[in-house]
Design a protein around this ligand. Structure first.
Ligand code: NAD
Length: 331
């Protein structure tokens, strides 16, 4: 077979991008010590997606586009998720959101509603409650298998050990470090001559995936739950019902959520929070837009890596984050 030059060039670039992205993912997910800003990672990832779209035969099984990012740390028990913990597709502008909206409307019947939530910059965790008692907490890991971090999660005060009702459910959400705790932690580390954390996300990940539960207990992590995957006796038909049910059970959800009928209204919400972002007491890196009705979600379905019924709008890179290479990194 004779391959034309464009194809050969694309093939070389795809290989190059996969090697680069794997390297940065290792630093980010395993070492909790990224060396480039997320926006740069996202740019390389989007370049890969574009080439894979142009040349579908170049999609490799182990491409970052075909799997959820994380790698598992040794030292933690590995736990297989009953249902995979997926990632989210990204949009970076209004055109990207309009394209998402168009795809969704082609896939589902009837009127579409979107539930908008803040995209908390932490790490995903699954919490299992049996008869109202916390029995297991697991990180997202590679999406299929995660790390058992129950001991550490039990020390987070915002995570109830017992729910208000004796239900058996699995809830998922984001563990994060509030900005004030992050600043205090870095001040202490600086005083002690230890390397500072790059951002609250890395601090939260390094703290939660620490083999010494006393370290986790001594740092102030918190949680926002944003989904239920095993419902027990809860009767819910929409994402907003699900979050209200979590509230009633005593699980912490983020209150800054709203349901909209159109993507143009979603954009107004995005602009509002882009402005409010710095005044929030926790880091957000975007807005997650989810089809609200569960029957519509089912109609839209999933790709290998993400639901087709949701998208994460990523805020443009913050200036402060460009200091990334000046920081001495730490786990
Ligand atoms: P993602 O961060 O784009 O989105 C998925 C995640 O969003 C979910 O797993 C969940 O943890 C989180 N989330 C927060 N709030 C949520 C809400 N309300 N509802 C649902 N989910 C919510 O995808 P990812 O797979 O976790 O990570 C990929 C991103 O990580 C990249 O886009 C990049 O920015 C960053 N990354 C950076 C580097 C680097 O070197 N800087 C390397 C690898 C990855």
């Amino acid at each position: 077979m004779v391959l034309d030059n464009d194809f050969k060039q694309a093939q070389r670039r795809v290989d190059e991008l996969i090697t680069l992205l794997d390297h940065y993912s290792h630093e980010y997910y395993v070492l909790d010590r990224p060396t480039i800003p997320d926006s740069e990672y996202d740019k390389l990832y989007q370049e890969l997606l574009k080439l894979e779209e142009m040349y579908p035969t170049l999609v490799q099984q182990d491409s970052p586009s075909q799997r959820v990012g994380g790698t598992l740390l040794p030292g933690f028990e590995k736990v297989e998720h009953d249902l995979p913990m997926l990632s989210l597709d990204n949009a970076f502008d209004l055109d990207g959101l309009r394209a998402f909206d168009k795809r969704v409307r082609q896939l589902v019947d009837g009127e579409v509603e979107y539930e908008c939530e803040l995209k908390i910059d932490g790490l995903a965790v699954s919490l299992k409650y049996e008869n109202g008692k916390l029995i297991r907490a697991v990180t997202r890991g590679d999406g299929r298998v995660g790390e058992n971090v129950t001991g550490n999660v039990r020390s987070i005060k915002a995570v109830p050990l017992k729910l208000k009702r004796a239900v058996t459910i699995e809830a998922r959400g984001e563990i994060y470090m509030p900005k004030s705790s992050f600043i205090q932690l870095n001040e202490e580390r600086e005083e002690q001559g230890e390397a500072v954390f790059a951002n609250p996300r890395n601090a939260a990940a390094g703290t939660l995936r620490n083999l010494n539960p006393q370290v986790t207990a001594s740092r102030n992590l918190s949680v926002f739950l944003y989904s239920i995957v095993q419902y027990g006796d809860l009767n819910v038909e929409t994402q907003s019902d699900a979050l209200n049910s979590l509230d009633k059970l005593g699980l912490r959800t983020n209150p800054e959520r709203t349901v909209f009928q159109s993507i143009e209204e979603v954009w107004t919400y995005i602009e509002e929070y882009q402005n409010k972002r710095t005044s929030l007491p926790y880091e957000i890196d975007g807005i997650v837009i989810k089809v609200n009705k569960f029957d519509n979600q089912e109609q839209a379905g999933y790709t290998v890596k993400a639901p087709r019924w949701a998208i994460a709008y990523k805020f443009p890179a913050e200036e402060a984050k460009t200091t990334v290479n000046e920081i001495e990194w730490s786990v």
